[in-house]
Design a binder for this molecule. Sequence first.
Ligand SMILES: Nc1ncnc2c1ncn2[C@@H]1O[C@H](COP(=O)(O)OP(=O)(O)OP(=O)(O)O)[C@@H](O)[C@H]1O
Ligand SMILES: [Mg+2]
Length: 329
Amino acid sequence: MSNSLPPDAAVPAVALSAPVPPVPRARIAAARVLVVGDVMLDRYWFGDVNRISPEAPVPVVHVQRKEDRLGGAANVARNAAALGAQAGLLCVVGHDEPGERIVELLGESRVTAFLERDPELLTTIKLRVLSRQQQLLRVDFENSPTHEVLSACLARFETLLPQHDVILMSDYAKGGLTHVTQMIANAKRAGKPVLVDPKGDDWDRYRGATLITPNRAELREVVGRWSSEEDLLARVTTLRESLDLSALLLTRSEEGMTLFTAGRVVHTQADAREVYDVSGAGDTVIATVATMLGAGVPLVDSIAYANRAAGIVVGKLGTATVDYNELFA
Ligand SMILES: Nc1ncnc2c1ncn2[C@@H]1O[C@H](COP(=O)(O)OP(=O)(O)OP(=O)(O)O)[C@@H](O)[C@H]1O
Ligand SMILES: [Mg+2]
């Protein structure tokens, strides 16, 4: 990890100091993280294109291979489990084929699934059709869970709260976090830190969260475009105070990440050696922070580990998780 600031840094940001020491495996194994949010299935169909359809001017893909992966909140939970934490996942899935597939994949993972089934829900699935590494088409299925199921989810949350150390809200704007404000309030009352990966421009619903982890585009949508690091700090501070957030972690892709807390800014430069696949890096970041907080690691050190984990995960094709040995190698 490099400790220098971005070249345009104009705020008195503190750069992270020397690499942080390994956290004992047993401490991570004791961390109980509850991920709540929108789960989805990432489906890939790979095949060859040898002709154009006689029906319309589109390529015909002869599918040769299929692959399904857990996405959204399930990928976040998978990341926490890969590090060695006890990861629970509370979410809604439908009674359809993608829903069954998610149940199956979760069964094969180390994640403890707390699933609410909604017979009326189309489980969120993103189908990509690819040929020669090229994505030809993406097909999405999704709708919102019903009121009844969301209420059941909130009730389930209450019962799961005492059994977990850290709560993580993974919002992909699919409706699974309709009751997020109340969940945050209840978790705070129970003394548990709440981490939020936000979506959309209404952050009032995340009021009171401990840490929120937007990327640059997500933050820009809420505070507008900043002109300098100083301006960024001013905008973030106003937002943080008005929403009663303890901290905000801005993930900045190739520029690394910046943590804003009351009276302190800590910047960490990106740690990637080779970048293959950046999708899912945000999931790895928040899952790592949650795991470390659950293991009793201070926030600033947790961020350093998260940055290291993100640097590893962007260098991977396929499996977007980092395990204990890789992180502390
Ligand atoms: N191109 C890159 N080079 C180096 N590191 C990267 C790159 N992209 C991402 N990272 C690492 O991953 C972290 C999270 O990435 P980013 O800010 O893109 O999150 P994100 O947009 O939420 O990701 P996603 O939504 O695709 O999961 C960054 O803070 C950085 O540590
Ligand atoms: Mg993200």
